[in-house]
Design a protein around this ligand. Structure first.
Ligand code: GLP
Length: 258
């Protein structure tokens, strides 16, 4: 894993945006396939990409995007749906066609069939060139809660109490948070060609340490990223505060930058 420790969230957003820009410009007219995450963590990076689109000609017009997950029961018109979140925080403000931004259908009559369809759609599009991820305080990525198979595929899954409470801030109260979701599996996420995970703040420090320095274990789902050959983790000082080897990661970054 490449570990980048940054002074603050703004600096982290620039690093994440740099990774996107490299992949988007590198894909040229063919267009890149982007994997987008919701939640607060990538929002500053999306804002930076919007700025680069407006001021520096970064174009997403040829690209397509797949969301990681969606709440079951929420449709595109629902204010709390991830479908809507990604449009409001990113894609509506760049030139990617709306029809090229895909997400699991939370209103599908058969959630398991919808999950299988979505997994197959990602593969049919040729897979994801760059996936951005956040991380939950319990180590979840997408909505793969502790106990998720490290090889899991996109599926209908239940949320833990911790995640329901963490995400209640986007709803009137915790009782409004859907109990189940459609989520890309850990096996699906790990098929992305490149991954950049970003986290800030002390409350993510334990999950970040378990992901980078703990055993690969379903107890901390993000630890499966240790098995991926091209993962960058971008963390601020607070999120990095429980890393035993933080000085070594800083030194490695310095040597590689020289
Ligand atoms: C949700 C999302 C994840 C996200 C996590 C952390 O559960 N499904 O993709 O990484 O929350 O959210 P935040 O970035 O708001 O801390």
């Amino acid at each position: 894993m490449e570990i980048v420790i940054v002074p603050d969230a703004e600096a982290g957003a620039r690093v994440v945006a740099d990774r996107f820009e490299r992949v988007v410009r590198g894909a040229g007219e063919q267009g890149a396939t982007l994997g987008l995450a919701t939640g607060s963590s990538p929002v500053l990076a999306y804002a930076e990409l919007i700025r680069r689109h407006r001021e520096e000609g970064l174009s997403f017009a040829a690209g397509r995007a797949f969301l990681l997950d969606e709440y079951v029961g929420l449709g595109p018109a629902d204010a709390q749906s991830y479908h809507r979140f990604i449009r409001e925080h990113f894609t509506a403000d760049v030139d990617i066609p709306d029809a090229a931004v895909l997400s699991p259908d939370g209103t599908a009559a058969d959630p398991s069939a919808e999950a299988a369809r979505y997994d197959a759609a990602i593969a049919a599009a040729g897979g994801i060139d760059l996936q951005v991820l956040g991380i939950g305080t319990n180590g979840h990525i997408a909505f793969n809660e502790p106990g998720s198979s490290l090889s899991s595929r996109t599926r209908h899954a239940a949320l833990t109490r911790a995640t329901i409470e963490a995400n209640a801030r986007f709803f009137a109260d915790a009782s409004e948070v859907p109990r189940t979701v459609l989520t890309q599996g850990l096996g699906t996420v790990r098929e992305a060609r490149r991954i950049v995970l970003t986290a800030t703040g002390e409350r993510k420090a334990a999950a970040v340490a378990a992901m980078i320095e703990g055993a690969v274990s379903a107890r901390w789902p993000a630890s499966c990223l240790q098995l991926h050959p091209a993962v960058t983790v971008v963390v601020d000082e607070a999120a990095a505060s429980r890393l035993e080897l933080a000085e070594d990661y800083r030194a490695a970054q310095q040597v590689l930058a020289d």
